[in-house]
Design a protein around this ligand. Structure first.
Ligand code: 6GU
Length: 224
């Protein structure tokens, strides 16, 4: 998979890609991530990327010209399966969307900033609009990092144990069961006995039961 991220502040989003699973995935050649600074695609002498909104009002709007120049340069080099705009009024990200996007080959992720982008960018270039929840961030960069993390870990081969993503919360529509590690007895607080029994079918049944109970208690909306 190849991910091209377009932003006016690409430096604030690079670090999540420089460690842990997102770095391992890149080192293993399973995903390539490129950052593009919109300022490198400006079309005027002032390196201007934003301007006042027509009709007045607070905040600045990202201009269409640098965005179109950047997207056109990328599209000239390869085909893209999705051009995603990160925006609080987009479709709220969930595991199902992450699964679908993780199957794509080349994607562009455009981060909004200030008051957002000129509507014509959305009308002309964008194929998907994604939000990461009902609250407002200062820009789409952190949201883009969240989206990328959620999809990169699903690419086959990225997680050491191939089944590991399958047991995540949400992957089967349920929250994950509790996990424990050594010691089996911490100052009298014991690990559930079943987990140290060595009886794999019984452990699996216990985990499924716990997942269901926890989901009922914390997120009953997932069961309806
Ligand atoms: Cl994608 N962008 C911004 N600016 N705020 C958000 C968001 C995105 N998702 C939730 N809040």
């Amino acid at each position: 998979m190849r991910i091209d991220i377009i932003s006016v502040v690409p430096d604030i989003i690079q670090s999540p890609f420089e460690g842990s699973i997102m770095k391992r995935a890149q080192d293993a050649g399973l995903v390539e991530v490129y950052f593009h600074n919109l300022r490198d695609y400006t079309t005027n002498n002032y390196k201007q990327v934003d301007d006042y909104p027509y009709g007045g009002g607070a905040g600045m709007v990202l201009m269409i010209a640098p965005i179109e120049k950047c997207i056109s340069a990328l599209k000239a080099a390869r085909d893209y399966d999705a051009i995603i705009y990160m925006t609080p009024d987009g479709e709220v990200l969930n595991q199902g969307t992450a699964n679908k996007i993780s199957l794509l080959k080349n994607i562009i992720v455009l981060c909004g900033h200030y008051k957002g982008v000129d509507q014509r960018v959305r009308d002309l270039f964008i194929t998907h609009e994604i939000s990461i929840g009902d609250y407002v961030l200062s820009g789409g960069e952190l949201a883009a990092a969240v989206l990328c993390d959620s999809i990169i870990r699903l690419i086959p081969g990225v997680l050491g144990n191939e089944t590991s993503a399958l047991t995540d919360s949400f992957q089967d529509g349920l929250l994950a069961p509790p996990v424990y590690t050594r010691p089996a007895d911490y100052n009298g607080h014991k690990v559930p006995e079943i987990l140290t029994s060595g009886n794999t079918p019984k452990i699996e049944a216990w985990r499924e039961d716990q997942a269901l109970e926890i989901t009922k208690k914390k997120r009953p909306d997932l069961l309806t």
